[in-house]
Ligand binder design. Structure first.
Ligand code: CMP
Length: 139
């Protein structure tokens, strides 16, 4: 079925001017960018977004990193968009990511891993709603 998923191009990637290269990977995979904006989160805003990880040892570092530079938040649409996006991103740890994936080609480390993508339809809906109003999503 046609789905929407939420995506972030992270600070390590925007710092290295990789927004276009990453978007090309999404589009080549058949994902359509139906909403997109460049924003700079505060650490508190990053903390709310990643609240599910609040108890993890890397939480503070993660929030600090996500607030360190601009990010690009996106809604991607397509057939099985959630799974397709996860396939194009590759494994969270770039050392384990498959050839040709975004994280294999661009990520620097498990923390500075260039992209985020929703892991399920329920999280996609919550994540999209945190950053976008309905009017900003143009399918
Ligand atoms: P993401 O998909 O954005 O969701 C949570 C993020 O936490 C994950 O990608 C990683 O970038 C980050 N993360 C996971 N494990 C670690 C770790 N061991 N050290 C630092 N960051 C991590």
């Amino acid at each position: 079925a046609v789905q929407r998923t939420f995506s972030i191009i992270k600070p390590d990637a925007t710092n290295r001017n990789l927004t276009g290269a990453i978007n090309a990977k999404f589009e080549e995979a058949g994902l359509r960018i139906v909403a997109q904006k460049r924003i700079h989160l505060t650490k508190a805003q990053a903390g709310v977004f990643y609240a599910v990880h609040a108890e993890r040892p890397f939480y503070d570092e993660l929030c600090e990193f996500m607030a360190s530079a601009p990010i690009v938040v996106q809604v991607l649409e397509g057939e099985d968009a959630i799974a397709k996006n996860r396939e194009v991103m590759g494994a969270t740890n770039p050392a384990e990511a498959a050839e040709g994936t975004i994280r294999k080609e661009f990520a620097l480390s498990i923390g500075e891993n260039s992209v985020h993508g929703s892991d399920a339809p329920e999280t996609a809906a919550v994540e999209i709603a945190y950053f976008f109003s309905g009017l900003e999503i143009v399918g």
